[in-house]
Structures are given as structure tokens and as C-alpha cells.
Design a binder for this molecule. Structure first.
Ligand SMILES: [Zn+2]
Ligand SMILES: [Zn+2]
Length: 72
């Protein structure tokens, strides 16, 4: 057997991930805001992001669809 490959990843993604791509089932806006500090840099340290608050209260208007190919 070979030695374990630390690079082994099981993302199931066909296109390369830059780290900011929204994964399936996630809200693009919330994902971006959670991973991109620039999204909130105009806010104060104790200031809430109206967009994120809106999603938390009203839910997410759009979620990235999950790829069905994995389940085939
Ligand atoms: Zn959201
Ligand atoms: Zn936000």
C-alpha cells in the first residue's frame, strides 16, 4: 500500500474551489459575508449587517442547489 496522501480531499466539486465558492445548500450572500471580511468592513464593530440580519430573520431567498449527481 502507498503512504497516506494528505492532499486527499472529497469535496465532490468538479470545478476548482477558490475558497469563496458557495458550497451546495448554502446561501451565497451569507457564505460570502462569513468568509469575506470585506463584506462587513463598512460596518462598525458592534454594527449588524442588515443583509445578514434579514436572512437570519426572514430566511435565505436563494440557496445554491445541491448537485444530484452525487446521489446517483
Ligand atoms: Zn443568507
Ligand atoms: Zn453580512
Amino acid at each position: 500500500m502507498g503512504k497516506p496522501d494528505p492532499r486527499h480531499r472529497n469535496t465532490g466539486s468538479s470545478k476548482k474551489s477558490t475558497g469563496t465558492d458557495t458550497p451546495p445548500g448554502e446561501c451565497p450572500q451569507c457564505w460570502q459575508h462569513a468568509h469575506d471580511r470585506r463584506a462587513h468592513r463598512h460596518l462598525g464593530p458592534r454594527e449588524d449587517c442588515p443583509q445578514c440580519v434579514d436572512h437570519m430573520i426572514n430566511g435565505h431567498p436563494y440557496l445554491v442547489p445541491k448537485k444530484p449527481s452525487f446521489w446517483w
